[in-house]
Ligand binder design. Sequence first.
Ligand SMILES: Nc1ncnc2c1ncn2[C@@H]1O[C@H](COP(=O)(O)OP(=O)(O)OP(=O)(O)O)[C@@H](O)[C@H]1O
Ligand SMILES: N[C@@H](CCO)C(=O)O
Length: 310
Amino acid sequence: MSGGIALVKSETVIVQVPATTANCGPGFDALGIACNIYNKLELTLTEENKIEIEISGEGVGYLPINEKNLIWKVVKDVIDKTGAAYNGAVIKMHNDVPLSRGLGSSAAAIVAGIVAANYALGEPFNKQDVLEMATAVEGHPDNVAPAIFGGMTVSLCSQSAVKTISFLPKLPLKMIVAVPKFFLSTKKARKALPESIPIKDASFNIAHVASLVAAMCTGNADVLSYAFDDKLHQPYRAELIPGMYDVFAAAKKAGALGAALSGAGPSLIAFSLDNEEEIGRAMVETFSKYQVPSSYLLLNIDTVGTHRIG
Ligand SMILES: Nc1ncnc2c1ncn2[C@@H]1O[C@H](COP(=O)(O)OP(=O)(O)OP(=O)(O)O)[C@@H](O)[C@H]1O
Ligand SMILES: N[C@@H](CCO)C(=O)O
């Protein structure tokens, strides 16, 4: 023994967090769905003022491995909220969620960090606390809510409250996501939006999002060939995603019920009950006509949300 004081470490916690697709067309900042691709995060809190970060999968060589890393920032926030004496961490992550593509990579990082830190600290916070903390960091609840609860989520922010209802659609919904090989940050895609929109576009979206949620809750698919349409954000973002409306049309022609921007894009998502491979191929082929290389993912709804796996 050197006679030094042994450093205190927390228990090591491993959590799994799903990708998410937000908006679903007309449900800007409100609707989201958890998808079955995942990141894993292993976290050990340490007393020593030192951060060690190891990344595999998406983001290697791009995501910071110092105190600027988003996961460390949220972990530190959770530690500070409890007043615990930890100053550093060992963070190991494996990421399968594509970065800055509209599949909720930032929400996955935020939620994984908060949930893992909460377990490491002995669970001082409940799921509602996690939802509020994650929404405050992300700025809107539509990705963090399904990442936490799984399923399809409808969320609202009212003054300081964040409320979410998670449910499983009564339709065997398949999701086909065409993922372009370029990044589009949410920050840039939000800058493309106007300060205000015409009342007729607002009322269009209210009717469409209400019909979409009603269809999902009842299993009545009749309105779904219209219900994914949007006039609130997609028209303004179209110029950032070459071929967007033609890819939507190709997906529908190949059998999709509807199609939309996934989150803030650039990925485009089609919803269907069958014909997934054909729809995926049609979307990628149409993107290629606009010189946008892409690949497609066939996804199902994750029903569990973020949970501890070790
Ligand atoms: N595993 C991760 N670890 C640390 N930071 C991450 C991780 N994943 C994403 N981030 C941070 O989130 C940023 C991407 O967030 P952004 O909101 O632009 O895209 P997105 O969340 O993938 O898309 P959307 O919100 O449209 O679904 C990255 O540039 C990085 O700063
Ligand atoms: N609702 C958000 C989702 C992406 O974070 C947007 O469309 O900007």
